[in-house]
Design a protein. Structure first.
Length: 277
């Protein structure tokens, strides 16, 4: 494998690239302070060119990254070890758990997701929790279908589009090319702060059940001692007065170490959901 990389692709808005770069610099300094990454010059920090273009971010040896819980428990199952889960200071977080927003057009008169039956949905991709998995879970709860192997007599949505990312899904809603989408609530907060024009034609209809936020991860073979150093370094960085302003600008408040099986909740939701929308 190539030299190790670090990447923070999930909330890397181009409008907040300066803040993301500053966060990584602060994290890297903290990692070095705790004796991690002994060859910092050999490690590159990679960010994708567009929001949520994370497809190739994890192809190399990963020193430090952030990844959604759904791919973490699916295509990357067994590949990574969770260091900690970030806690973001927004109205949509409860500790290290986050929610997704069911989003519709501002002119939409619906009051609940149940009213979206027969409409057009837009999803990020089928390997996204906030952009797909949580929506099919919520639809399953509405329809009373208890298990994935049970099928709906008819599809809940008339049409399902795949946008490739949250920002693109919001564009489809704004342009009335789709009627409903599920958006990661931290993405919503980031856009509200850095690119509010993306939200002007949209509103939140309701919020999803909570789930563990996208995790900070490293390679699976990382030793317990090194993992503990990562955790101490992250907690130090989150409380470092030098980084305080950058963390606040990116809503990052702290990190929590969750129970080992916490991310299995994504598998549980999937098991209790219809197979597709």
């Amino acid at each position: 494998m190539n030299s190790p990389i670090a990447t923070l692709p999930l909330y890397d808005l181009p409008e907040a690239r300066i803040q993301t770069d500053a966060l990584w610099k602060g994290l890297a300094d903290s990692f070095r302070k705790f004796g991690l990454n002994s060859e910092p010059d050999s490690m590159s920090f990679k960010v994708p060119d567009a929001l949520f273009r994370a497809d190739n971010c994890y192809a190399e040896t990963v020193f430090f990254a952030q990844i959604c819980g759904y791919p973490l428990t699916h295509e990357f199952s067994g590949r990574f070890q969770v260091i900690a889960t970030p806690v973001y200071k927004t109205p949509f977080f409860s500790g290290a758990e986050y929610r997704s927003a069911i989003v519709v057009h501002q002119q939409c008169e619906w009051e609940t997701l149940a009213q979206a039956e027969g409409s057009r949905a837009v999803i990020n991709s089928k390997n996204s929790h906030s952009g797909f998995n949580i929506l099919r879970f919520m639809v399953t709860q509405l329809t009373g279908v208890a298990h994935a192997e049970e099928k709906l007599n008819k599809a809940f949505f008339r049409k399902v589009l795949i946008s490739g990312g949250h920002r693109e899904s919001l564009l489809r809603i704004s342009q009335k090319q789709a009627d409903v989408a599920t958006i990661d609530c931290l993405t919503w907060s980031m856009l509200e702060r850095y690119a509010p024009e993306n939200l002007q034609a949209c509103r939140i209809l309701e919020l999803s059940p909570p789930a563990p936020a996208p995790a900070f991860v490293t390679e699976r073979d990382t030793s317990p001692a090194k993992l503990e150093l990562f955790r101490k370094a992250l907690q130090f960085a989150c409380n470092d007065p030098v980084l305080k302003s950058v963390c606040e600008q990116l809503f990052l408040e702290n990190v929590e170490v969750l129970e080992d099986n916490s991310y299995n909740s994504f598998l549980k939701m999937e098991k209790e959901s219809i197979e597709d929308l």
